[in-house]
Design a protein around this ligand. Structure first.
Ligand code: V47
Ligand code: SF4
Length: 393
């Protein structure tokens, strides 16, 4: 398979006399591996055409990862959709006062979900849900210990900083003490949710009552200091302006300079079904792709950029692979409801390994299965799948 690293094409692009001077300067910095400033990030959003930012981001992606595109085999456990918080974009949670309409799983019910995967080659369980006042730190310590005892080889990635902030405050523990307790019980890494947009003006409008930017960053810092890896998300395409996105990425970039503990940046497209922000239109696919490309250029110290296919849909996710993205998350197996409830195309998000690998191959990339911390498990480039595997539900 030929590599898509098109160095001459990027150089030719930069020599185009019609190219805006400031954009050209950014392109030259990218080729020279120099860091972009916040003003340059904003300029890319304001003036960077898809073709231009896309070519640069693809260049960077190939420089970092060649044609490799990672995925993993995982399943989700969502302990509850009952939540004490009131994020306006959330289609998933049921307010605590309406908790009879939601679900709440016991530790044993969640262990039963884990047991369903006995003998299957999944490498990760991703645990994330609403913030239920009765599901406290001890409850989750018990869950982690039981999962670890049942299947020690399964990597446990769990809990957003929002869930943890509440758990620790309720247990009257410092962030460091709380993280250590969960780490000792078996928690190995953290997903990137709850970050939304860090700027307080936007948080005040869309998620005023949950952990703020500094609280979110402190929890990830504490996890990194324990040697855990975590991810970071950004919920984009609602009421934020371009500079809020860059401010968000800048705060993450700074923490990453300090700790090096982030694996992956995951932009999440705002979906507007069945939530209190239905009146806010969704952004176009062009805007999605521009965002991924600019994120790849700006987040120079984040090794991986992930497109979460259950939220974007398969075809858009495939397109992102030419705009800086090198990871498509997991096979998932129909175990998350967060996006289907918010109007994503994927109402039953499930893809088997053959289907996910084929999706990546069709985009001209090499599908590589990874574990949660990016150890490579298997390169599927030359694997030929049967029709049964590709058609299986
Ligand atoms: O923080 C909620 C988002 C996040 C909507 O780290 C919405 O590997 C769009 O963080 N439209 C939780 N997004 C999920 C999450 C995640 C998902 C996959 C992988 C990883 C990882 C992390 O879902 C929330 C919020 O930003 N979200 N509602 C909505 N209407
Ligand atoms: Fe609760 Fe998370 Fe929904 Fe906010 S996004 S209401 S914290 S479940």
């Amino acid at each position: 398979m030929t590599t898509q690293n098109d160095y001459p094409a990027v150089e030719t692009l930069l020599q185009d006399a019609r190219l805006d001077k400031a954009l050209k300067n950014i392109g030259e910095k990218v080729l020279a591996k120099e860091r972009l400033t916040t003003d340059e990030g904003i300029l890319l959003f304001e003036k960077g055409e898809l073709g231009y930012v896309g070519a640069l981001a693809n260049f960077v992606r190939v420089r970092m990862h060649g044609d490799k595109t990672y995925f993993n085999r995982n399943f989700h456990i969502e302990p509850t959709n009952v939540c004490i918080f009131t994020c306006k974009f959330c289609s998933y949670s049921k307010l605590y006062k309406h908790k009879e309409e939601g679900w709440e799983l016991s530790v044993d019910q969640m262990l039963d979900i884990v047991k369903k995967y006995d003998g299957q080659p999944v490498t990760e369980v991703h645990i994330v849900g609403g913030v239920h006042p009765k599901m406290n730190l001890d409850f989750f310590v018990e869950l982690l210990e039981k999962i670890r005892a049942h299947r020690p080889d399964l990597h446990i990635k769990g809990f957003t900083a929002v869930e943890l902030d509440y758990m620790f405050r309720k247990a009257k523990l410092s962030v460091q003490e709380g993280m250590k307790k969960l780490y000792d019980a078996g928690l190995q890494s953290m997903p990137g949710g709850g970050a939304e947009i860090f700027h307080p003006d936007i948080r005040a409008q869309i998620c005023h009552d949950k952990v703020d930017a500094d609280g979110w960053l402190d929890i990830h810092r504490a996890a990194h200091n324990l040697g855990m890896h975590t991810n970071a998300t950004m919920l984009y395409g609602h009421v934020e302006q371009y500079w809020h996105r860059v401010d968000h990425m800048e705060r993450l970039r700074r923490l990453q300079d300090e700790t090096g503990g982030f694996n992956t940046f995951i932009p999440l497209k705002f979906r507007n079904k069945d939530n209190e922000m239905e009146h806010v239109g969704e952004v176009s696919v062009i805007e999605d792709l521009r965002l991924y490309a600019i994120a790849r250029l700006y987040m120079d110290n984040f090794p991986h950029l992930k497109a979460y296919w259950p939220m974007l849909g398969r075809q858009s996710a495939q397109l992102t692979l030419s705009f800086g993205v090198n990871d498509l998350d997991g096979t998932i197996d129909d175990t998350t409801k967060i996006y289907s409830m918010a109007g994503a195309e994927e109402q039953n998000p499930s893809m088997n390994t053959a289907q996910l690998a084929m999706l990546i191959k069709q985009a001209g990339r090499r599908p590589v299965e990874r574990d949660t911390v990016y150890n490579e498990i298997k390169d599927y480039t030359d694997v030929v799948f049967s029709d049964e595997e590709l058609m299986a539900k």
